[in-house]
Design a protein around this ligand. Structure first.
Ligand SMILES: C[S@@+](CC[C@H](N)C(=O)[O-])C[C@H]1O[C@@H](n2cnc3c(N)ncnc32)[C@H](O)[C@@H]1O
Length: 238
């Protein structure tokens, strides 16, 4: 039996040849949160984000379900509480900070991820980073790791929001793509097994593009480093 996904792949290979027409390809099977929840419950299921142009963004769900990596642990060493982990997923960074005695709270849109994070002992506010949050303007640290600079699809808007959450002496720990990856706004959908999600906005930004984006958000880059082939920056309100 042909699935929506296999027809979509065939049409990508040969546009215009789908026997059921292009409208048939626009089958949306579920909201992104449903596929995300499925992948969290089944780490063997390969979850990926596909852009409208057919590019893919890897989603390392197994990593999110595990402990922080060495590079992340090192980056977290500079995090002061109270810290807000934006899009905390299953909560590994919040839990690790908690173990170090740093007060940390996650904010997470997806109910299943928030539930998993709580089961790991993390404090989590369930909702969007763009909704009103407690302690606005008083957080000493904000964390955007492992792709989360893409949340909302507009890094400058996200960083402006982060700036409004931070205390004047606070800072943000942000992970970036390697230098050379242009700052790009994408429309993506999730794919897992034979299921597709609805489109939603996401963004990617290379380490060499962060200065301009941060400046536009009223922030300045105070450190930039590479570890385990991953790129991190520390931003402070300008
Ligand atoms: C890349 S995953 C999380 C990875 C997690 N930070 C880690 O490294 O383990 C992105 C997370 O952001 C959450 N998210 C997306 N949009 C959000 C929003 N507007 N506010 C809060 N969380 C959001 C998603 O539900 C998802 O859990």
């Amino acid at each position: 039996m042909t699935t929506a996904l296999s027809r979509l792949r065939a049409a990508r290979r040969a546009p215009g040849t789908d026997p059921e027409g292009p409208e048939a390809l626009e089958v949306v099977t579920c909201a992104p949160s449903v596929l995300f929840a499925r992948a969290l419950g089944d780490p063997g299921l390969r979850l990926r984000a596909v852009t409208r142009q057919g590019g893919t963004i890897a989603l390392p769900v197994a990593r999110w379900l595990g402990p922080p990596t060495e590079a992340e642990d090192e980056a977290l060493a500079g995090v002061e509480g109270p810290a807000l982990d934006i899009g905390c997923g299953p909560g590994r960074h919040v839990a690790a900070l908690h173990r170090r005695g740093v007060l940390a709270v996650g904010v997470e849109l997806a109910t299943d991820a928030a539930r998993l994070a709580r089961s790991r002992g993390a404090l989590v506010i369930e909702g969007s980073v763009f909704s009103p949050l407690p302690g606005e303007g008083t957080w000493r640290s904000a964390i955007l790791l492992d792709g989360n600079i893409g949340i909302g699809g507009r890094p400058r808007t996200l960083l402006r929001r982060v700036r409004s959450l931070l205390a004047p002496e606070g800072h943000a720990l942000v992970e970036l793509d390697p230098p050379g990856v242009p700052a790009t706004q994408h429309e993506v959908r999730l794919e897992a097994g034979d299921q597709l999600s609805a489109w939603f906005p996401w963004a990617t930004i290379g380490a060499d593009a962060v200065e301009g984006v941060a400046e536009g958000a009223g922030m300045a880059v105070s450190a930039l480093w590479e570890r385990e082939r991953r790129w991190f920056a520390r931003l402070a309100p300008a």
